[in-house]
Design a protein around this ligand. Structure first.
Ligand code: PLP
Length: 385
């Protein structure tokens, strides 16, 4: 099938995205050169506006790791979005764009000393901690840092749980508060993360309640609590039902209204701002049936091209130009590593064949950023319109 006459067949369960089919056609008119991610910056800007409209009292700080492309960062900056970083390099991406370091949140709870020093020198003021050791580390490097404590909260119902790795538990919080008081450190706020692609709105309610209690403990200990960071986790449309941003905002706004003290409230959406703006276009390098049974589809993009979250069960929607009967396929990337099997039992048209184009929807988050050159397959090209 030629690349000229693309008419994408959308999978049944998928809500048509406003994502510009015409732009895809334009790009493909020149012929398919290899897998690429097409990002529509108008969709990025629209999501920033949606977020701000739903949560007027909450300042969004984009989680740079979701899509660190400077063109995307600029689009967000133009919408008045701030940023959240995890490393020195992420800050270095922001500085040339004119982002004010004092408004950047260094939210990685466990950071290399050299990255803290670099950020402090550049003018970053806010640093997350989730242990007594990190509190001491940041305090040694920047005694007047404004600190916020990442607390453990449930990640039930998140497509990609995060609370296993980070977050202070109840029994640790007391000692961290006591140490902050002893050091004279400015432990000013609390943060939590409900888990990425979170479809369970209860997590935000519980997170805000838990944070409110910890902020009360700060005040009782003589600290000056004034900052609440709701983290990320806001879900995007993929192959499963999700609560709309307005529904999540309702839960958050009610939770915030119950808090007793005046707070600066921020959030760290990553996926929400960029995922639906991206479509990954790949092609079939081989299709076969093994033992006359299992159907295998080998694409020119896979785990090492950044589709790592497919293995975590993030429900990507895959469209093709074929309209054959949907049958279960095992979908793999092009490399010779057995980890590069992205999906099993995924329903796709039975007549897919070598050279067919594959459209992976809502691929604007955590894909291009994770793309590698493993096994000699080039990193994903990113086009921004
Ligand atoms: C990854 C991350 C985010 C963004 O999460 P999403 O699920 O993409 O919204 C926000 N804050 C922190 C600290 C993170 O690590």
């Amino acid at each position: 099938m030629g690349c000229q006459d693309v008419s994408v067949v959308r999978s049944e369960q998928h809500q048509p995205l406003e994502f510009a089919q015409n732009s895809l056609l334009n790009v493909l008119r020149g012929g398919y050169q290899g897998p690429f991610l097409l990002m529509d910056s108008a969709v990025v800007r629209d999501r920033a506006r949606q977020f701000k409209a739903a949560l007027p009292g909450v300042t969004p700080h984009f989680a740079v790791k979701a899509n660190p492309d400077p063109r995307i960062l600029s689009a967000l900056l133009a919408e008045g979005v701030n940023f959240e970083i995890a490393s020195r390099r992420e800050l270095e991406l922001l500085l040339p764009l004119g982002v004010r370091p004092a408004e950047v949140l260094f939210s990685n709870p466990v950071k290399p000393r050299s990255h803290i020093a670099f950020a402090a020198e550049a003018g970053v003021e806010w640093f997350a901690i989730d242990s007594i050791e990190e509190l001491r580390k940041v305090h040694q490097i920047k005694a007047d840092a404004k600190l916020y404590l990442r607390i453990y909260t449930t990640n039930e119902g998140a497509g990609c749980p995060l609370s296993g790795k980070f977050g202070a538990h109840c029994e640790d919080i007391e000692t961290i508060i006591a140490e902050a008081v002893r050091l004279g450190a400015d432990l000013a706020g609390v943060t939590f993360h409900v888990g990425s692609q979170c479809t369970n709105t209860t997590n935000w309610r519980e997170g805000i309640e838990a944070a409110g209690k910890v902020l009360d403990d700060f005040a009782k200990a003589g600290l000056e609590p004034r900052f609440l960071d709701l983290g990320g986790g806001f879900p995007v449309r993929m192959g499963e039902p999700i609560p709309a941003i307005g529904e999540i905002a309702g839960v958050i706004n009610r939770g915030l209204a119950r808090l007793e003290r005046p707070l600066q409230v921020i959030a760290e959406p990553g996926r929400f701002l960029v995922a639906e703006a991206g479509c990954l276009v790949a092609s079939v390098v081989g299709a076969t049936r093994r033992s006359n049974q299992e159907r295998w589809l080998y694409l020119d993009a896979g785990f090492y091209s950044g589709l790592m979250e497919m293995k975590d069960g993030i429900p990507y929607v895959i469209d093709t130009e074929r309209d054959g009967k949907p049958v279960p396929w095992t979908v793999a990337g092009p490399t010779c590593d057995s980890v590069d099997v992205c999906l099993t039992g995924h329903l796709l048209p039975e007549n897919l064949d070598e050279g067919d184009l594959i459209y992976i929807r809502s691929a604007g988050a955590y894909v291009s950023a994770c793309s590698t050159e493993f096994n000699g397959f080039p990193t994903l090209e990113v086009m921004v319109i």
